[in-house]
Design a protein around this ligand. Sequence first.
Ligand code: SF4
Length: 110
Amino acid sequence: MNKTKTKEDVIKYVQGVSIKRGWKLNPETDSTLDMLVEGLRDYFNMVGYFNCPCRESQEDMKLDRDIMCPCDYAPLDIEEYGYCYCSLYFDPNFDFSKFVEMIPERRSLE
Ligand code: SF4
């Protein structure tokens, strides 16, 4: 069985997550969104799960469980800043005319 994911598979996945969680996807479909989708696809095809495209994988699902997309930190980041660490998912009321800055890493790196 072929378990590799295509970009289209990943787009369907992130669309499904955004609908289920009531979030919006990054509207920059040709740049940021495209890059994040490719990152998720590449991680999936390398390690077998959707490791966060902005964080290094330990290549062990147990160690990376908290950063499997959507990560454990996304709801709090979206609530506090309006978007997740990678700026893949947004609060549906986010003002997209605002500059999307890098937000602090909420995950403990110890
Ligand atoms: S920061 Fe965003 S893209 Fe990264 S795992 Fe969390 S929800 Fe997914």
